[in-house]
Design a protein around this ligand. Structure first.
Ligand SMILES: [Zn+2]
Length: 81
């Protein structure tokens, strides 16, 4: 089994995730093939994968991006201040 080389871990404040919209389960951050995504532990619902580690964006930026998608709910756009 091939493991990734250990990289220095930087403590990053991850965005808080809302419960799964389908089952109310607990979501978790996933990392595979150089991309981040969020997946529900209960039903497997997941966001798109967002690549990171390149010039495009850092891991923290990728997590912020998918967190925004995960936390978005239908009708959110209508809640203008
Ligand atoms: Zn779920």
């Amino acid at each position: 089994m091939k493991r990734n080389a250990k990289k220095p871990q930087v403590k990053v404040e991850r965005p808080k995730l809302l419960p799964c919209p389908c089952c109310g389960g607990k979501p978790t951050y996933m990392e595979e093939y150089g991309a981040k995504s969020i997946r529900c532990k209960e039903c497997g619902l997941r966001t798109v994968s967002m690549a990171f580690g390149s010039f495009i964006q850092t891991a923290a930026e990728a997590e912020a991006g998918i967190a925004e998608r995960w936390n978005r709910r239908a009708g959110d756009e209508k809640q203008a201040p």
